[in-house]
Design a protein around this ligand. Structure first.
Ligand SMILES: C[S@@+](CC[C@H](N)C(=O)[O-])C[C@H]1O[C@@H](n2cnc3c(N)ncnc32)[C@H](O)[C@@H]1O
Length: 271
């Protein structure tokens, strides 16, 4: 896909997903975000940037860890995500610099941060190598970057969502979605971007949806196919729902679905 088109698809797609995101994904993504926070080991008074911050599930945890003496910046390509985190920050009394920004072009000076985080965002970036170079550039010497992505396609039981949607639209939604989570691809990208002391960890998890409606909402409303889905007619929607439920039927337990998922976290330092 043309990178410019992918950036637009991400921006407007996540604008559609923003108001559904936490309902369907906050609990389900917590194990991946826990791993990222462990790797980051944030300390009091640090300067932290959270890239592709979404509604701020990681940003607010970072704010707690660095305390009022720290500095938080959180950015996302979707203005509706930035509006959501800004409103929540105001309600919680959390200070921060919240801005719409493509992770590939960061509007921060060199060496501005002690830690840069990116939870479940790099799979959507049109050219992740650009984002990793920017993460490296904005880190102060000895600063660290940590990213977590979904793992290999064969270990993510919900992966049929992409072909199911792509059979009903022209083009692909996230052509390289599983690339970074396969083998040691993400660690290699960190090394290529100039990071040292690169380490990686793979986590097998299960994402639970309490009902078929929750599984459908998470897949179609709260994630990366939301833009394509918004253009489906009633017949396409019904057909896609049924195909998706069929694709995860093996993970059904009563009303709930316990769908296997895999995450990969990578950390690296700036020398
Ligand atoms: C699955 S959400 C993750 C949000 C948050 N980090 C979390 O852990 O809950 C993915 C986010 O990546 C953002 N995103 C996609 N492409 C991006 C890009 N090129 N630059 C910045 N953010 C991007 C989306 O807008 C969306 O908010």
């Amino acid at each position: 896909m043309d990178p410019r088109l992918q950036r637009r698809v991400q921006r407007y797609g996540w604008n559609k997903a923003a108001r559904h995101y936490e309902r369907f994904w906050a609990e389900q993504l917590r194990p991946a975000q826990d791993l990222l926070m462990q790797f980051a080991a944030l300390g009091r008074n640090e300067r932290v940037l959270d890239l592709a911050c979404g509604t701020g599930l990681v940003s607010f945890r970072a704010a707690d860890a660095i305390g009022p003496g720290g500095a938080l910046a959180a950015t996302d390509i979707s203005e509706d995500m930035v509006a959501a985190i800004s409103a929540d920050a105001a309600a919680r009394g959390v200070a921060g610099d919240f801005r719409r920004m493509d992770a590939e072009v960061l509007d921060f000076p060199d060496g501005s941060f002690d830690a840069v985080l990116c939870a479940l965002g790099l799979m959507y970036v049109a050219e992740p190598a650009n984002a990793l170079r920017e993460m490296h550039r904005v880190l102060a010497p000895a600063g660290r970057a940590v990213a977590v992505v979904w793992g290999a396609r064969k270990n993510c039981g919900w992966a049929e969502i992409f072909p199911i949607v792509e059979r009903r639209i022209v083009g692909e939604v996230c052509p390289l979605f599983f690339m970074l989570g396969t083998g040691d691809a993400l660690a290699q990208e960190f090394a290529r971007a100039g990071f040292s002391s690169v380490r990686a960890s793979r986590l097998e998890a299960s994402v639970t949806f309490p009902s078929a409606d929750d599984a459908i909402g998470a897949a179609f409303l709260g994630g990366p196919v939301a833009l394509a889905y918004s253009r489906f007619d009633e017949a396409d929607r019904a057909g896609a729902h049924q195909e998706y439920l069929d694709s995860i039927a093996a993970y059904r337990d009563g009303n709930a679905y316990h769908v296997p998922g895999e995450f990969v976290a990578v950390a690296g330092s700036r020398s």
